[in-house]
Design a binder for this molecule. Structure first.
Ligand code: TXA
Ligand code: MG
Length: 341
């Protein structure tokens, strides 16, 4: 199929005609990728089972991994769910629109394949002008996973979506780079206490300023425990070549780079700006000066090293503070090795 691409990144009014056309495609049951404040999503009408099936097909996504329903307003969110715990109201007031997804009892409005047969549904109100305009215009809940091929790093730029899905989807709204760079925080709101199923754009610290306590799904820390979010068990965020996650000083990282070079391997390095300055390697990408910048550039960095360019990627371990928890969650999943030096 031909993929329509609308370039609206330099248009302050977000090019109404492009959004109208994209919304029309969604209404007709087609798939359209669009920017959000976290990563690009691949959207389809969440009430249309055949449309939702196209998302799974284009991404090569396992059928048992549920999708997030995106809506423009809190009223629209309420229309998809049954009884919300009081703490959910507080969280919504504090963080939505924004990079957070609430898992709540579904009232059955969305198609079965959105929730992969679960009785709960993940709902999110994105905080991005293009996403908001598209959702308002389409006027249906829009199911949207990250707009990458299953297993690959999520797209933070329209070109990433194009690389993975050109010819497999009906449209792509190019709104420039996304904001946060990592996906939304997924929070289970079906229990007495909210439980983080996937760390993301809203940190545990931020959540706990509004509701206490907040738990982490034990599956996040313990690999033996089955994760409660079905998507968390799959291979994820993987670059084209093996990724070694290395905990150590810049001297020990340098020693490892030199050793692998001696072994005949071409090494690519992903590091903070501070570490990058002190390391000597053929290919080195600085992800940024602080953990927020590192989050923004992480997926782009993981995508930049292609097969044939390097044999191994070495990435340093970052802080777990703030969004660092989400950064390290993604890196642990992306890594083929975790090495302590
Ligand atoms: O930031 C985001 O959340 C992006 C943008 C596009 O909104 N979307 C995104 O979707 O990351 P996806 O499909 O790549 O990840 C959704 C995650 C998966 O781990 C999935 O298993 C989990 O949310 N999830 C969705 N519905 C769920 C449910 N009812 N119960 C538990 N986990 C759920
Ligand atoms: Mg994803």
């Amino acid at each position: 199929m031909d993929t329509m691409r609308w370039n609206i990144k330099n248009d302050e009014t977000y090019n109404n005609q492009a959004v109208d056309e994209a919304a029309e495609l969604i209404k007709q049951g087609a798939t359209v990728a669009f920017p959000t404040e976290t990563v690009y999503g691949l959207g389809a009408d969440a009430t249309n089972e055949a449309a939702v099936a196209k998302i799974f097909k284009a991404k090569g996504r396992p059928q048992d991994n549920p999708l997030i329903a995106h809506v423009a307003t809190v009223d629209q969110l309420r229309r998809l769910v049954d009884n919300m715990p009081v703490y959910t109201e507080k969280l919504i007031k504090a963080f939505s629109p924004g990079p957070i997804t609430y898992v709540l009892p579904s009232n059955g409005t969305c198609a079965q394949n959105v929730t992969a047969g679960l009785s709960t549904i993940g709902v999110r109100i994105p905080d991005h002008p293009v996403a908001q305009a598209l959702l308002k215009k389409a006027d249906v809940p829009v199911a949207a996973p990250s707009a990458n091929l299953s297993g690959k790093p999520s797209p933070t730029m329209a070109d990433h979506v194009w690389e993975d899905l050109n010819g497999k989807i009906s449209g792509l709204l190019d709104g420039g780079p996304t904001g946060v760079g990592l996906e939304s925080t997924v929070i289970d709101c079906t229990q007495d206490i909210p439980i983080i199923l996937r760390p993301g754009g809203i940190t545990k610290e931020q959540l706990e300023e509004v509701v206490r306590p907040v738990m982490m799904d034990p599956g996040l820390a313990n690999t033996k425990e089955k994760p409660k979010s079905p998507g968390m068990k799959y291979k994820h965020y993987s670059p084209e070549v093996p990724l070694w996650l290395v905990e150590g000083t810049h001297e020990s990282i340098q020693a490892m780079v030199d050793q692998e070079k001696f072994n005949g391997n071409r090494v690519g390095v992903l590091a903070s700006q501070q570490t990058a300055k002190q390391i000597n390697a053929e290919e080195i990408i600085s992800l940024g000066e602080n953990i927020n910048e590192i989050a923004i550039h992480l997926y782009e960095g993981l995508r930049r090293f292609k097969q044939g360019d390097v044999d191994i990627i070495i990435c340093e371990v970052f802080t777990e503070a703030g969004i660092g928890q989400a950064v390290m969650n993604r890196l642990r999943k992306a890594a083929t090795e975790y090495i302590v030096k």
